[in-house]
Each structure stands twice: as structure tokens, then as C-alpha cells.
Ligand binder design. Sequence first.
Ligand code: NDP
Ligand code: NDP
Length: 319
Amino acid sequence: MEKNRITSLFEIRYPLIQAGMIWCSGWELASAVSNAGGLGIIGSGSMYPDVFKAHVKKCKAATDKPFAVNIPLLYPNIEDHIKTIIEEKVPVVFSSAGNPGTWTSILKAEGIKVVHVVSSVKFALKAEACGVDAVVAEGFEAGGHNGREETTSLCLIPMVREAISCPLIAAGGIATGRAMLAAMVLGADGVQIGTRFVASEESSAHVAFKSQVTDLGEGGTQLTLKELTPVRMIKNPFFEQIQTAYAQCATKEELAQLLGRGRAKKGMFEGNLEDGELEIGQISGLVREILPARDIVNQIIDEYTVAARLVDSDPRFRF
Ligand code: NDP
Ligand code: NDP
């Protein structure tokens, strides 16, 4: 089997990474994706330190393949998470939402590979300068927290590719093998996929949220709360409450009060579809069924292979 820069870096079979997603990606999903030949990621942002440690131990027991952990750098007890990562010898860390200068060299000194998630060329350059092993460029289509510049994947991937030379992973709007191929044609060495893995059997998301994701069509999500942290979510009754607040010219403080604490947990983990924050990407409009993670990986890789052959054989591509 041939290797590319991402499969060599992580010692995995396919350059397909499952995104770290709060409340949705625990050890079950991460280990299932790693066992299927991709790189699974535990989303640690929603885990208290003891919960996180338990997930890492269970993931190690469930797979002998490499896996990773995502840490949002603004996490309050980050030192505890870092300690667990080093003690448990987690092979790869994906950091996001913060300054990669703080932890990258400390983790790398322990032999841990570090990847940073960015939404702009400016932060991609900064991450590369901090010595990360790879960069994830995440476009505006992505679910959950999102960049302020609103740069779409179609624009972001080639611009980041032009700016940096380290391995590049594309994210945002990718759920199929065709999109994986497109992202790689634009310059990525691999892809990171979140939304499609929320609708997996192993995802820790509440089943009501997973089902809602498979029912969405085009236009089912929207980016909002730019004054706080921009976030893409389903247009559910909670989203409508936010829109009403905007129409009444709510202040930033009033918006923060309306959001309150633990909205994401309420929606994605507890399945409260009315009052919860339901974070998911635009590409949910293409996700129609809940499948085992292994089947999702295999489908995407099969589609990728067929699409790559099509480019050679289909007259549509010759003019
Ligand atoms: P700030 O804008 O207050 O930035 C905090 C510090 O970290 C600044 O020094 C800033 O650099 C630096 N920084 C922030 N994000 C990055 C990054 N991605 N790469 C490199 N350096 C970074 O932080 P915010 O909380 O407002 O978030 C900023 C960005 O983080 C957003 O654009 C969003 O894309 C991302 N984000 C991602 C989340 C996730 O979990 N995926 C969650 C929340 C935010 P400088 O001084 O140069 O501006
Ligand atoms: P809130 O402030 O609304 O709530 C905090 C949530 O995190 C609670 O549900 C709490 O669980 C849980 N939690 C886990 N560990 C801690 C801790 N040490 N201290 C306090 N709370 C903790 O935040 P959000 O739910 O919006 O976001 C939580 C985290 O996830 C943040 O770090 C944020 O940056 C990150 N995030 C990352 C995203 C991504 O795209 N990767 C998207 C959104 C958020 P409990 O209710 O059981 O107390």
C-alpha cells in the first residue's frame, strides 16, 4: 500500500480523520474509526479530567492502532488533560481554539505529534511557525465553532496550501469520497470529517440528535452568535430564540445570558431538540442514515476510488 504525507505521519491506512467533537466523539467512535484504518479522535473539550482519562484508557484497550485527542486550548483544566496525554502516551494531539505556541513544543518534546486546527491563512502560518506536524484548515461549512472570516473550504484549502508547506488536512463540508477527492485536488493531503461520524452507531451523541441530523436538508443549519463565538447549529426552536433576540437588538450580555451554560450538552448529549444547541455542519443535508463507523470509512474510501477513476474515464471531464 502506498503512503502519502498523512498516512506516513500518523502510521494509518487511509488519510481520513474523524473530527474531535464535543459530546459526540468519545472512545467508542475514536477506536472504531482507528480500527477501520482512519484516525479516530477523542473530543476532550466536553470531558472533565477523570472522564477524559477513562476515555483514553478505554480507547487504548479497544484499539492497537494510532488514535488522537482534540483539546480546545481554551479548556479550563487543560494542564490535567495534558498530564493524562503524556502519562498515557497518546500518540497524536489535535489542538484548536487558542494559541498553538503554548503547548506544541512541550508535547513534541514527549514524542507526541501535534496538529492545529485553523480557519484562516493567518493562523495557518502561525501554527506552522510554532512547529506543528500538520495543519487542519476548516472551512465555513463546518459544524460547531467556526472561523470569524467565514472563508469556505473551496477558498480556504488552496489559499492555505499556497501559504504553508507542512502536511494539510481539509475540513468543513466533506462527507463523501467525492468531496475527499475534491479537497485533495485543491491541495490537501488528507481530510477531517465530523458531521458524517455524528450519525454513526458508535458516536456518543444522543440518538434523537443523530436522527435529527439524518432528517436535515439543505439550509438546515446556520452560523450564529458571532458576537460570542461563531457557531453553526441546526435551526431549531433554540436557534429561533436567538433570532428573536437579534431582532430585538439584544446586547452581547443578553445573548450570553440566553445561551447560558451547557446548551450543547443539553442538545447533543441529552437529546433535547427544542432547547439544546445542536452543532452540525452544512453537509448534514447529504447524511441520510446512521451506520457503523467502519461502514462509513469503507463507503468514503470506495467512493473516493470510484471518483478518481471517473476523472480518467468520464467524457464529462474532457473538453
Ligand atoms: P482569540 O481571538 O481571543 O485568540 C486568543 C489567542 O489565541 C490570540 O493570541 C490568538 O492569536 C490566538 N489564536 C486563536 N485562535 C488561533 C488559532 N486557531 N490558531 C492560532 N492562534 C490562534 O480567541 P477566540 O476564542 O475568539 O477564538 C479564535 C478562533 O478560534 C476562532 O476564529 C475559531 O476559529 C477558533 N475556535 C475554535 C474552536 C474549536 O474547538 N474548534 C472553538 C472556539 C474557537 P492573535 O493574537 O494572533 O489573534
Ligand atoms: P459551556 O460553558 O456552555 O459548558 C461547559 C460544558 O463543558 C458543560 O456541559 C460541562 O459539563 C462540560 N465540562 C467538561 N469539563 C469541564 C470543566 N473542566 N469545567 C467546566 N465545564 C466542563 O461550554 P460548551 O458546552 O459550549 O463548550 C464546552 C467546551 O467545548 C469548551 O472547551 C469549548 O471550547 C469546546 N467546544 C469545542 C467545539 C469544537 O468544535 N471542537 C465546539 C463547541 C465547544 P457538565 O454540564 O456536566 O458540567
